[in-house]
Design a protein around this ligand. Sequence first.
Ligand SMILES: NC(=O)c1ccc[n+]([C@@H]2O[C@H](COP(=O)([O-])OP(=O)(O)OC[C@H]3O[C@@H](n4cnc5c(N)ncnc54)[C@H](O)[C@@H]3O)[C@@H](O)[C@H]2O)c1
Length: 286
Amino acid sequence: MEVKKVGVVGCGFMGAGIVQVCAQSGYEVVVVEKTREALVNGLATVEHYLNRDVEKGRSSLADKDSVLARIVGSIDQGDLKDRDLVIEVVPEDMGLKKMIFTELDRLCPGHTILCSNTSCLSVTELAESTGRPGKIMGTHFLSPVPPSRLLEIVRADTTDDETLAIVKEFGRSLGKEILVARDTPGFVFNYLLIALIGAAVRLLENGVASVEDIDKSWTLGMGHSIGPLALADFNGLDVGYMVARAMSDRSGDPGLAPSALLKEMVESGRLGRKSGEGFYKYREAE
Ligand SMILES: NC(=O)c1ccc[n+]([C@@H]2O[C@H](COP(=O)([O-])OP(=O)(O)OC[C@H]3O[C@@H](n4cnc5c(N)ncnc54)[C@H](O)[C@@H]3O)[C@@H](O)[C@H]2O)c1
């Protein structure tokens, strides 16, 4: 099966980026949001980034217009009924994702592949909520989606070989390098990231070094452009907390659980860059 028509459910932070790269790669995309307002905002985000590409000389006005012409927005999931591949990009809530998968399974023809952008939930559990467990995969895009070179694809215990091959090819057609992970807590990317950030927070909690010095060990010592605590601030401490909590609940490994310091920061509203304060202070919420 060749993927031609793509569907996306959810046009928030990640969904807008996924819609953009799919349309830029030549796919016809139908994107479905929950409300008209969320749809207008999501499509405006896509257009904003396309305009920026034009301003920076990375594409022409004609390119932008042809990309936008390939995107159709809707608030009716029924409009996904003729899609070859649908990517679910709604918030990280198993109940909500299962509801969407069950509905997509009912609406879409038998050949349609259903993917989830989940960061850490079980793709196998999602697959089992449908009548097509062989055609379900995780497509974990990283943020920001358009420039990110990597796409982590997650094979549920039930995913068949043909689906894996089609999704790999689809990811490559978006210009991404593919990483294939088994369906385990945090897959590869978040398992490594949460372990690194968790260790950095424990060093701080135990008074081993200052925020700046912990980050310096990674930037100067390893040559990375950002340290783990600055990265945690960038991603949002609430997001890191939620992913670590879900990974430890799912694996039963208390070593993955978020530390008391992270919990306290999230509960007091220090969420990183977006709230103006996390491990660092920011001039204004970004
Ligand atoms: N934010 C990140 O850095 C990041 C990175 C990788 C993966 N993810 C994963 O991507 C998914 C989405 O995250 P996000 O940051 O884009 O969230 P978000 O809150 O920015 O966007 C989610 C969107 O889904 C929409 N939505 C909710 N219910 C819906 C429904 N029933 N039908 C259609 N649309 C609906 C919301 O209106 C919202 O616009 C999550 O599973 C998250 O774990 C996020």
